[in-house]
Design a protein around this ligand. Sequence first.
Ligand SMILES: [Zn+2]
Length: 323
Amino acid sequence: MQRRQFLESAAALAQAAQTPLPPANEKTASGAGEVSYNVQIAVERKRPGKPHQGKVLAAIQPHCDDIPIFAAGTVLKLIDEGYEGILITVSDDAMAGDGVGNGEVAAKNENDTREVARRLGLKECIFLNYPNHNLDAWPIIEMRARLVFLFRYFKVDTVLVYDPSGLYERNPDHYITARAVEWAAGICAMKWDYPEFGLAGVKPHAVNERYYFARGPQLVNRVVDISDYIDRKVWVNLANVTQGPAGHSGETLRRRLAAQGRRLPLLGNDADTANRQYTKYFALGRDRARGAAHGLNWAEYFHYIGPESSDWDKYIAENSVPL
Ligand SMILES: [Zn+2]
């Protein structure tokens, strides 16, 4: 190294030593939101106005009742705050619900799901139609490719789905859907994954936010206050009359008790009240427990992963100097 170059580089290092260093944040670029089991919990409350105007969410579920049970309050909140959204149902829902056979069950669940999407205020309702209870026998890479196409086509910014890292999830439809979505969102913005989609005008697009929900233990770092949306969440769940914990369950219980000469005052005196009250206080009782644990009336739990590198962007903006 020449003496002049050495002096210049020594001067540059001396100047650098006087500027603050970038934030040393283990979470940055981890892709997991948190890198510790000791997660920091943030409460997400209702925001005034339309702060999410222009953004698109995709609510993705293997079965017609998953989003209604675990995330409908948050979807309603985000739509209220300006998001547009789509509902994607991955299985054909032929294996659960009332009907004379698989075909009728699937058709009835499909109708229920369209009504769920309407009540959630979502603009599209898409069915991928993989065999119910058997998603683990189908190539996940095909599901992933179809999801990448949809995320790019609709310019999805935010996904809500089962937690791909959730514990003790026994249903393959749940964990396969979660894993397919996880990596579809991961590669959605990469130009060398499915570049041929671009020929149809469907260009790479980044998914920046993930809300993962779970039936079992998970690393909850986001508690969404859905107190203002619980009654509409009940209404969404009531659309699932073919399967799920809501539907006509309240009226069924009210009639069973009446046949025994008894009644539950909570269920009121008519079918509509019975169904609403049963759904709110029995089927969605976990939301009340989750809210109470955080000083809220009603809440949903998520592992949330937000946009990466924001700390670094702030550092660069604050510490870059003219040439
Ligand atoms: Zn399910």
